[in-house]
Every structure is written in structure tokens, then in C-alpha cells.
Design a protein around this ligand. Structure first.
Ligand SMILES: *Cc1c(COP(=O)(O)O)cnc(C)c1O
Length: 376
């Protein structure tokens, strides 16, 4: 590998900038002997609720658990259908299956990689209970339009905000527009911790209470179990780290936006590449900067794969989110979708390439990425 390798994300660089605060916060927990729950966790829940604008926030073990808990709290189970996108991380659909319900996929829009809102209505059946939109790569969905459709059909909306903490539609933060917001604090997310973590936000007290019960073994009162639950905790150490990092989130998201703008200018002259754009009305937080590399009809290998290799030879690590759409995954063969079912998604899977993107990526590094993409 060349010496000046550019990684997709550099977590050490970020840690070094705030290491004093993080170290102090972690040591405080270790020295306190209070490792599970406590005020550190409830303080963070309150901080995140305030940040998102929601009345309630419940911490949990991961973004995956957040989605699972949201579905359970809405009593979604066998016989129910939930509409979502096939172009997302597996957790979005997996949790629908885990509660016994059926994921129903709808194609995406090419411009945003997000679920095609206008195509949702055709997928609604009498069994449909909810929609799970994903604000993919940090780009918020047109939530006003989505909520119109959901209200018209009396459906719940669970926002998958795993990649979009801090994003806004209009003046509202994602996670506070649908009925429930689900967040992940996996290290590479916009608000990432030093391990696993997640949270659920809502304005409905009954949903918040139900989530608290289910995440604590189905018990509201210790040793009295009313429903089948799980153990899903946001660790005190992770909450302590997240409290520090949440105070930097707006600044980091602004840095991501500047970097996205710089890429937009730098990549403009390069042929064969489609650059991502922020949609009007949305505040994009750029968890990923994902370009489309247009194919030059080679059946053996996509142009995108060639470009990825070329970048790698020059020390630049790019990523493919996501190479196989969910409707074509082995686990979902039973749903009966064929290749060709969602053409926009399938083409995106062949053409997407996510370039290095993190708040401290330098201009020099972005120029290096640009040169590597350019020369043949
Ligand atoms: C990361 C992610 C999740 C799952 O979050 P974990 O904390 O890793 O469980 C869910 N949905 C999307 C879109 C994600 O990117």
C-alpha cells in the first residue's frame, strides 16, 4: 500500500481531536462502578430527544434493536406487511422479518437512492401496517409527501435514521416527523460511539413506554414480566461518549456538507460520473458521498468495479453500498422477487461507489481522490 492511504472513514483522526474529553468521560464511568443505566444514560436520552425535538427517547443496544423495538411497540407481527426500500442495509428488512411480518419492497429514485414515494401507494394492501423509509447516506426523504400518503392509508411511519442523525426535512429533524425514529450509533455513523448503540424517538407516550418495557425483558416492574421482551441496553460508557460527541454533531455535519460541496466542484469535469445532489427542502448530512459510475457495457465486469480497483492501487479505499439489493438476497428468495423487479435499485447496485467521507477529510486528500478518478 502507498504511504498516503486514504481510508473511507478515519475514526482515529476524530478521536485525537477530542481525546481529552472522551477519555475523561469514559474514566468517570469506569471509576463510578455504575456501568448499567443510571443518570448518564437518561441524560443522554434527554439530550438526544431535545436535539431531535421529540418528547421521548429510549436508548438501546443498536440501530437494529431500535427498528425491532419500534415494530414490536406497534404490535406488528405475523400476517402484517411493512413497506420499505430494497436499497438499504439488511437490518431495515431483517427486523420486519424478525417480528414475523413480511417486508414489501418498492423501487428507489435514481436521484436520491431513497424509496420512490410515488410508487408506495401501489404496494399498499389491506395487510399493510407501516412504512419504513430510510434516509439513505444522510439524504432526508420528502417527509411531508410521505406523511400525506401514510395518513391517507392509516399507516405508521418508522423512520430509519441510522445514516442521518441531524438531517432535516424543512425545519424538522428526521426521527421527529414519522411516528417513530430509529437511530444507530455504530462507529461510522454521523453520531457514532466506540462500540454499539442505538435509540428510538417518539412523541407518543404509549409507544415510548412500550419500548421501555420490551427492551427490559418485557417488564415495567422488576421481576414482573408482562410480554416477551429482550435485553437491549445502551451501555453507560457508550452514553458517556455520545454525550460528548452529540455536542459536536452539528459542526461535524457542517464539515461533511462542505466536503460534499468540494467533491461536487472537483468532480464536475470528470465524464461518466453522476454526482449526488441534495434535494430541495432537505438538509443532507452526507454519511456517504456516493457517485454513480456509468457502465460501458462490459458484461464481465462493471466500469464501477474497474474504477474501484484503480483507486485502490492509488491507496484510496472506496466502498460499495450496496452490491446486492435486498430483494435479490438469498434470505429473501422466499418472497418471490425476480431479477428485474426493481430496475432503478438494480442499476444503482451496479454503479454506486462511495468515496472517502468523514468530517476531517482534507482538501489535499479530496484532490488526490479526484486525480485518481481522472487519469486513465
Ligand atoms: C447501520 C444501519 C442500521 C443498523 O444499525 P446497527 O447499529 O448497526 O444495528 C440500520 N439501518 C441502516 C440504514 C443502517 O445504515
Amino acid at each position: 500500500m502507498p504511504v498516503n492511504t486514504i481510508p473511507p472513514v478515519d475514526l482515529v483522526r476524530q478521536y485525537k481531536l477530542i481525546s481529552d474529553e472522551i477519555d475523561r468521560a469514559v474514566l468517570e464511568v469506569v471509576r463510578s462502578g455504575r456501568y448499567i443505566g443510571g443518570t448518564i444514560v437518561s441524560d443522554f436520552e434527554q439530550q438526544l430527544a431535545e436535539y431531535v425535538g421529540s418528547s421521548y427517547c429510549v436508548g438501546c443496544n443498536s440501530g437494529t434493536d431500535a427498528l425491532y423495538l419500534a415494530l414490536r411497540a406497534l404490535n406488528i407481527s405475523a400476517g402484517d406487511e411493512v413497506i420499505t426500500t430494497p436499497f438499504t442495509f439488511i437490518a431495515t428488512a431483517e427486523t420486519i422479518s424478525l417480528v414475523g411480518a413480511k417486508p414489501v419492497f418498492v423501487d428507489i429514485e435514481q436521484d436520491t437512492f431513497n424509496i420512490d414515494i410515488e410508487a408506495i401507494a401501489a404496494a399498499i394492501t389491506p395487510q399493510t401496517k407501516a412504512i419504513i423509509p430510510v434516509h439513505l447516506f444522510g439524504q432526508p426523504l420528502n417527509m411531508a409527501r410521505l406523511m400525506d400518503i401514510a395518513q391517507k392509508h392509516n399507516l405508521y411511519v418508522i423512520e430509519d435514521c441510522a445514516q442521518s442523525t441531524g438531517a432535516k426535512w424543512g425545519d424538522d429533524r428526521v426521527g421527529n416527523i414519522g411516528h417513530i425514529g430509529c437511530f444507530s450509533f455504530f462507529p461510522t455513523k454521523n453520531l457514532g460511539t466506540c462500540g454499539d448503540g442505538g435509540a428510538v424517538t417518539t412523541n407518543d407516550p404509549a409507544i415510548a413506554q412500550s419500548i421501555r418495557v420490551i427492551k427490559e425483558h418485557g417488564s415495567a416492574q422488576r421481576y414482573y414480566h408482562d410480554v416477551v421482551g429482550i435485553n437491549s441496553r445502551l451501555d453507560s460508557i457508550q452514553a458517556a461518549i455520545l454525550r460528548v460527541k452529540l455536542s459536536y454533531l452539528d459542526q461535524w455535519n457542517e464539515q461533511r456538507r462542505k466536503i460534499a460541496q468540494r467533491y461536487h466542484q472537483l468532480l464536475a469535469p470528470i465524464a461518466g460520473i453522476q454526482r449526488p445532489q441534495e434535494i430541495k427542502g432537505g438538509y443532507h448530512v452526507w454519511n456517504q458521498y456516493t457517485i454513480l459510475v456509468k457502465n460501458k457495457s462490459n458484461p464481465e465486469k462493471t466500469t464501477r468495479d474497474d474504477l474501484k480497483e484503480k483507486l485502490q492501487e492509488k491507496g484510496i479505499i472506496s466502498m460499495i453500498y450496496y452490491p446486492i439489493p435486498l430483494h435479490l438476497q438469498k434470505v429473501y428468495q422466499n418472497l418471490g422477487y425476480q431479477k428485474g423487479a426493481f430496475p432503478v435499485t438494480e442499476q444503482a447496485a451496479d454503479e454506486v461507489l462511495s468515496l472517502p467521507m468523514f468530517p476531517d477529510l482534507s482538501l489535499e486528500e479530496q484532490e488526490q481522490v479526484t486525480y485518481a478518478l481522472k487519469d486513465d
